[in-house]
Design a protein around this ligand. Structure first.
Ligand code: HC1
Ligand code: SF4
Length: 572
């Protein structure tokens, strides 16, 4: 342990700890705009300057290791003046369109300016105006608001393994950009939106599809269907001041009805369907010598990552479309036939925790007979904005229920929203199908939790099923390297593109205090596991609506009709 003094308080910290961490352990708050523990520890923003006795200049606390006998002042006159100057310089360069910014009131820069009592920006220097990159179907990049903290660069490279953005140029011309300043749509960006989640300001945001959805809702010719992803229900409440992880499913359905949707279906229904199709596919591959390991295909950021960086694994992907695409395809076939509606007049809106779903819904591989499965995707944040725009008092809404015949689901489906959940849901069904009985022990805990890569061997009958789970595409890359090099072999791998899974998707509510990210992920995941625990039906094959769908319409799992509507293939 190292002995030091911070603001007159004698303390000890383990060797290697930074002054920032040592101060935070004493509840002394040193401001930062660039720091992200273990991801971006670069001292770029200079907001965390502190005075160290004997040092010639102020030091950046986030990269300064503690040392024996060190005496630190975090709030001296010199520190306060330096921080104020730094912040004013950042503000001077920043496009201060706060009132119309997507991050108004959720901006770390705005909050810091308020916390530090800044009421004037004394410097007005030369400004470069950058064209806003709007070409990606998922991500908007506005360099005019960038404060050069470097967080997006680090998360894209170190966490997601994509590395498509970096610093370029020097001096006042320094910027964060892609190679040759191309649009994100022209580089190997996987549209995951993790860069949005860490951006302290509004320099990165999702492509806003609210207007398209309002237009559809206002069009009397269209039959507009909403569906909501598993992870949205445990996060949407945060936008209305409810505790993290609160299940707001009933209020969410009520709000969607009030917005004017003709029907509100549950993507969880289609998650159950995915398990039947994917479980059957896995059993067939194992029994018939098909390509293994089979890898889940429901996360579109992951699919894009696989296409760009691991295309030799494309045949390992399950041919199942992701659940919301399956539901869209069924809305325009099964449901349209049942209700006698022209499928061309059905407009499907998916509410997702994910920015990559916007890209996914526009893919040619995800159409049936020339019709898109899904017409528009809203993130959790966009739905919250629409609810506010419409003047709906979310917290006072009475709970409502999803519509039939695609609104019933099981506990297996809801845990799709967190890392390990798809694997657990699949194992619950595959085990029952292979053993031919209704097994009682259905909590597969080794695949739960936030460890980056999880492995387990599950005994099903006389078969040892070897599985692995990776979340965050960087971890997926590490896992696939081991498979590629023959160091590991599995039957089944689950990959979710975002760290933590969909609960931490690029479209989820912004966590302003980044230190709380892991805790928020745990609480959202817990919210999903609690829903699962409280359900009577916890296995996908027990869902009565799914049974009816096969009996009345699809026929066999993996059969001809199921393939036509619910499966696809990605090729390089
Ligand atoms: Fe997901 Fe999925 S779980 S991908 O993580 O398979 O986005 O929540 O909707 O489609 O069901 C996301 C979440 C979501 C799909 C399902
Ligand atoms: Fe990188 Fe993902 Fe952002 Fe694209 S969306 S720039 S891949 S972090």
């Amino acid at each position: 342990m190292v002995n030091l003094t911070i603001d007159g308080i004698k303390t000890q910290a383990p060797k290697g700890t930074t002054v920032l961490e040592a101060a935070r352990s004493l509840n002394i708050n040193i401001p930062t705009l660039c720091y992200l523990k273990d991801i971006n520890e670069v001292g770029a923003c200079r907001m965390c300057l502190v005075e160290v006795k004997g040092a010639r200049a102020l030091q950046a606390a986030c990269v300064l290791p503690v040392s024996e006998g060190m005496e630190v002042k975090t709030n001296s006159k010199a520190v306060r003046e330096a921080r104020t100057t730094v912040l004013k310089l950042i503000l001077a360069r920043h496009e201060r369109e706060c009132l119309t910014c997507s991050r108004n009131l959720k901006c770390e820069l705005q909050k810091l300016a308020e916390d530090m009592g800044i009421d004037t920006v004394d410097y007005e220097g030369e400004k470069i105006h950058y064209k806003v990159d709007m070409a990606s179907p998922s991500i908007v990049r506005d360099q005019n608001k960038c404060i050069l903290c470097g967080r997006c660069i680090s998360v894209c490279k170190n966490v997601q393994g994509a590395g498509v953005i970096n610093f370029a140029r020097r001096g006042i011309k320094t910027t964060v950009t892609t190679s040759y300043d191309r649009s994100l749509s022209d580089v190997a960006c996987i549209t995951c939106g993790q860069c949005i989640k860490v951006c302290p300001v509004g320099a990165l945001r999702e492509k806003d599809d609210r207007d398209r959805v309002w237009e559809a809702l206002d069009n009397d010719e269209l039959y507009v269907i909403a569906q909501t992803a598993p992870a949205v229900r445990v996060a949407l409440g945060e936008e209305f001041g409810l505790p993290v992880g609160t299940n707001v499913e009933g209020k969410m359905v009520a709000a969607l009805r009030r917005l004017g949707f003709d029907k509100v279906f549950d993507t969880d229904f289609a998650a159950d369907l995915t398990i039947i199709e994917e479980g059957t596919e896995l059993i067939n591959r194992i029994k018939n010598g098909g390509k293994l390991p089979m890898i889940t295909s429901c996360s579109p950021g992951w699919i894009k990552y696989c296409e760009h960086y691991y295309s030799d694994f494309l045949d390992n992907l399950s041919t199942c479309k992701s659940p919301h695409q399956m539901l869209g395809a069924l809305a325009k076939s099964y449901y349209a036939e049942k209700m006698n509606i022209d499928p061309k007049k059905i407009f499907v809106v998916s509410v997702m925790p994910c920015t990559a779903k916007k890209f996914e819904s526009g893919r040619d591989e995800l159409t049936v007979d020339g019709l898109r499965d899904v017409d528009a995707v809203l993130t959790t944040r966009e739905l919250a904005k629409m609810i506010k725009e419409a003047g709906i008092d979310f917290k006072s809404l009475e709970d409502d229920k999803f519509d039939r015949v695609m609104g019933e689901s099981t506990g297996a489906a809801v845990i799709f929203g967190t890392t390990g959940g798809v694997m657990e849901a699949a194992l619950r069904t595959v085990a029952d199908l292979l053993e031919g009985k209704d097994l009682d022990n259905i909590d597969y805990t080794p695949v739960r939790g936030l460890e980056g890569i999880k492995e387990a061997t599950v005994k099903i009958g006389d078969l040892d099923v070897k599985v692995a789970v990776a979340h965050g595409t960087g971890n997926a890359g590490k896992l696939l390297e081991r498979v590629r090099n023959g160091e590991a072999d599995y039957h089944f791998i689950e990959v979710m593109g975002c760290p933590g899974g969909c609960i931490n998707g690029g479209g989820q509510p912004i966590i302003i205090d980044k230190e709380k990210t892991e805790e928020v992920c745990r609480l959202r995941a817990q919210g999903l596991y609690d829903i699962d625990k409280g359900m009577v039906l916890r296995k996908s094959h027990k869902n009565p609506e799914i049974k009816a769908l096969y009996d009345d319409y699809l026929g066999e799992a993996n059969g001809h009709k199921a393939h036509h509507l619910l499966h696809t293939h990605y090729v390089k």
